[in-house]
Design a binder for this molecule. Structure first.
Ligand SMILES: [Mg+2]
Length: 148
């Protein structure tokens, strides 16, 4: 459980997947999920929404770059490595070059240290392996609460 700023008064018990879970709905953090796999899109969107995050999904890096280019802002950008049109590494470089003020986190199934390092060097803040888990999301919420 991660407490956001002033979260203590706004914790609520929500029914999630049939289980009672503490959900912190106090944050207004926005997340952009860039992934070309429809299953991962759905899974990650569902998971992130449970944490009270506002989620937008795009299917390639170019769309992520375009959104930010035309003024959309996100607290967190979760970006896949392998995508058509523009892959995660190239999109990350573009986003960093544009000076976006987002935490940019790679989420990839590629586990070779070389590939992960190359992805990191494109300008990621962190790189996680798929799929996102509650632990990983909690970690990212902590980072967002530190920086926002
Ligand atoms: Mg992919």
């Amino acid at each position: 459980m991660v407490l956001g700023k002033g979260a203590s008064s706004s914790l609520s018990m929500n029914k999630v997947d049939g289980a009672e879970e503490m959900v912190d709905n106090s944050n207004n953090f926005t997340v952009l999920v860039a992934d070309d796999d429809p299953l991962i899109q759905k899974l990650h969107e569902m998971h992130l929404k449970k944490f009270g995050l506002k989620v937008q999904v795009v299917e390639n890096g170019k769309k992520a770059v375009d959104l930010c280019h035309f003024g959309a802002t996100f607290n967190l950008i979760l970006i896949d490595k392998e995508m058509p049109v523009m892959d995660g590494a190239e999109a990350t470089k573009e986003l960093q070059a544009m000076g976006v003020n987002s935490l940019i986190v790679g989420v990839t199934s590629r586990d070779s240290p070389y590939e992960k390092q190359a992805f990191m060097e494109a300008g990621l803040d962190y790189c996680f392996e798929k799929p996102l888990t509650a632990d990983k999301i909690n970690f990212l919420l902590q980072e967002l609460n530190k920086n926002n």
